[in-house]
Write a protein that binds this ligand. Structure first.
Ligand code: 0RA
Length: 656
């Protein structure tokens, strides 16, 4: 036990062995937080909230809790309360302290008490409440139970001076409230929560556990409280409708298809609906955890779907005997689906633990979907016909695309070294050095060309109108004057033909202006990479250049000193600093675009590896761009308006 945790007023006898054991118990968490919550960046920070909320959701799923409140309080304090039975507070037989204290101070204590009803669903890592306590500056636990209010406070990562104590009468109320402040010495990057990130996850949980009621409030800005009730009786059916609404897709039919089944204590449910886009959006979950890399449950679903649509098509002569079979890509074009399984023991595999391993989940989902979907189609022949027709159209488009691809390949084979004319290549071929700058517009392209290091930096200017990838199938990408030069310059080809071994540049840098057109170009390029060259993103090859927005200069006689500012805040700070130095004339230049910089400035600020700042694009960034793109390019006006209102600061000049 560390010294500054001792309460000088407390009698010596309170300082007992249980405490010491408890503190040693949480020590590894503070030593290696990453092992328990993945990272100490924003992701890990938000994970703390999921851990606590998951426990309340378990209580709700057990049938004892009807509402969960999640508040972000001023100073980024999180408060999660439920109206369940309250965590047991009685003295734990083995540890000799309150059971609730055990849950909050012993690693993996969840489920070790209270009988069979309680199991930790857990977030990605499923680590439980004690880990949150270990990584908090302070945490307060209040339990309303048996007519009394029980309270305990922990500090500096789970240390406490006083045991769980009764502090008042509960007046009939039951439940658990947890309040905590993430420890800034652990979460050094930030302890500020992102409302949208938490909202997205809480909403997802509300969809996955239909009927649960979560009230989420952001009370950080006292003048402007934000609150949202997340309550979906329709569960994952409403999840599918929500995705369609957000993306602005037109559904193919009136209602979402919902299928469910169980075997032993495993359950599976699937909700699916096709839409007028060409995009596949299949998301799978196991015990409420998003399996981003799929796994056995998702494979079972995909197999069953392809099999059933082929069988149904054959049976009702929509697919003729001499016709090719539909493949997975055909049946999933324009499909949105949610797969959710609940198992007693989930095994997550792969580097990021994003894939469900349990082999038993596959036949569970596959058999259920095969049976129930066939039944559904036979009972709804009109809808079935629409679906099969759509998948046959997709099949035809796929075959046309293949032809287009072969023609394109033959063409590029003919003019052998067919690098695009606009590309100014570099000399070196070593991809650990080479960089391709994709630059907005010819004039900025010229500046970049003069400013670059010709040995390892290549420049490809982009111009012309943005391709509407959203409405164009992959066959339209071939031959597109904007995207083909990028494909040719990278050398990897796209889609199923993509081969990262052929990549000609280790870094691909999108360099565009900080205005609406630049935003469009970035969104387009990221969407394109996300859909057709995803490995470039997961492999970490894609970057966004960060040109400065201002040059703040001070002239004193003939001598000029200057600094580049990348935000208004920085501009003001540099200006203040120059002013504080005393005499001299301050001049602020605003760069409206890359083209306004001279080559040396562009090199120094944005292209020189020794001094530049670049953002590496991760898969979440790209997925977000993809969503934005769908909204900006789709047919629907409503979601587009909503998006623009929300992001008004950035895209205010857009035509709606
Ligand atoms: C085990 C047993 C009982 C309640 C809980 C766990 C429980 C845990 C959490 C975590 C957050 N909120 C919670 N609410 C309840 C029931 C004990 C009893 O019946 O007295």
């Amino acid at each position: 036990m560390n010294e500054n945790n001792m309460n000088v007023n407390a009698p010596e006898v309170d300082y007992d062995e249980n405490q010491i054991q408890v503190l040693e118990g949480l020590d590894p968490v503070r030593k290696r937080p990453g092992m328990y919550i993945g990272s100490t960046g924003p992701k890990g920070l938000h994970h703390l909230v999921y851990e606590i909320v998951d426990n309340a959701i378990d209580e709700a799923l057990a049938g004892y809790c009807s509402e969960i409140k999640v508040n972000i309080l001023p100073n980024d304090i999180i408060e999660v309360s439920d109206n369940g039975r309250g965590i047991p507070v009685g003295i734990h037989p083995k540890e000799g302290i309150s059971a609730a204290t055990v849950v909050y101070t012993v690693l993996h204590a969840g489920g070790k008490f209270g009988g069979g009803g309680y199991k930790v669903a857990g977030g990605l890592h499923g680590v439980g409440a004690s880990v949150v306590n270990a990584l908090s500056e302070w945490l307060e636990l209040t339990v309303y139970k048996d007519g009394e209010i029980h309270f305990q406070r922990f500090e500096n990562g789970g240390h406490y001076d006083e045991p769980m104590k009764v502090i008042g009468k509960a007046d009939g109320r039951t439940g658990t409230t947890v309040k905590f402040k993430a420890d800034p010495t652990i979460f050094t990057e930030t302890t500020v929560y992102d409302y949208e990130i938490l909202l997205k996850r809480l909403r997802e949980q509300a969809f996955l556990n239909g009927g649960i009621r979560i009230v989420f409030s952001d009370l950080r800005n006292e003048a402007e409280p934000v609150s949202e009730v997340l309550h979906y009786e329709g569960g994952i059916r409403q999840f599918v409708e929500h995705i369609h609404r957000v993306k602005g897709y037109e559904p193919l039919s009136d209602s979402v298809i919902y299928l469910s089944g169980s075997k032993g204590d495993m359950t599976a449910e699937v909700a699916l609906m096709w839409n007028d886009s060409y995009n596949e959006d299949v998301r799978s979950f196991a015990n409420n955890i998003h399996t981003t890399d799929g796994g056995s449950h998702e494979n079972g679903f995909k197999n069953a779907l392809t099999k059933v649509l082929n069988e149904y098509g054959k049976k009702f002569n929509l697919i003729k005997d001499n016709q090719e079979k539909l493949i997975g890509d055909d049946v999933r074009e324009g499909l949105t689906a949610i797969i959710s399984v609940k198992l007693t023991n989930c095994e997550f595999e792969g580097q990021t633990k994003g894939r469900l391993g349990n082999p038993e989940a596959r036949p569970l989902v596959e058999n259920m979907v095969t049976e129930r979907l066939m039944e559904y189609l036979e009972e709804n022949p009109n809808e079935a016909r629409l679906i099969v027709d759509k998948t046959i159209n997709a099949q035809k488009a796929r075959e046309a695309a293949k032809k287009a691809r072969e023609t394109a390949r033959r063409k590029s084979a003919m003019d052998s070294a067919s690098l695009p004319g606009k590309l100014t290549d570099c000399y070196d071929k070593d991809t650990s050095l080479t960089e391709l700058y994709i630059v907005e517009g010819d004039s900025a392209g010229g500046t970049a060309k003069s400013g670059r290091n010709a040995r390892y930096q290549a420049i490809l200017p982009l111009w012309g109108k943005m391709l509407n990838v959203e409405k164009a199938r992959i066959d339209k990408v071939y031959g597109n004057e904007k995207l083909m030069p990028v494909v040719a310059a990278l050398g990897t080809s796209i889609g199923d033909d993509f081969n990262i071994e052929k990549l000609r540049y280790g870094k691909i840098v999108i360099m565009s202006d900080a205005d609406v057109d630049g935003f469009h170009i970035r969104t387009l390029m990221l969407t394109f990479f996300f859909r057709y060259m995803r490995e470039l993103i997961t492999n970490g090859n894609i970057y966004i250049a960060q040109p400065p927005l201002f040059k703040v200069a001070k002239r004193k006689g003939k001598k000029e000193t200057y600094k580049y500012a990348f935000s208004e805040e920085e501009r003001d700070r540099y200006t203040r600093e120059f002013e504080a130095e005393g005499d001299g004339v301050i001049n602020i230049q605003r760069y409206k675009g890359l083209g306004e910089m001279d080559p040396e400035q562009l090199w120094e600020t944005t292209m020189n590896p020794a001094t530049r700042i670049m953002l590496r694009v991760n898969i979440e960034d790209a997925a977000k761009a993809d969503e934005t793109f769908s909204i900006l390019m789709g047919d629907k006006v409503e979601p587009r308006k909503e998006f623009i209102e929300k992001n008004a600061g950035y895209v205010k000049d857009l035509d709606v």
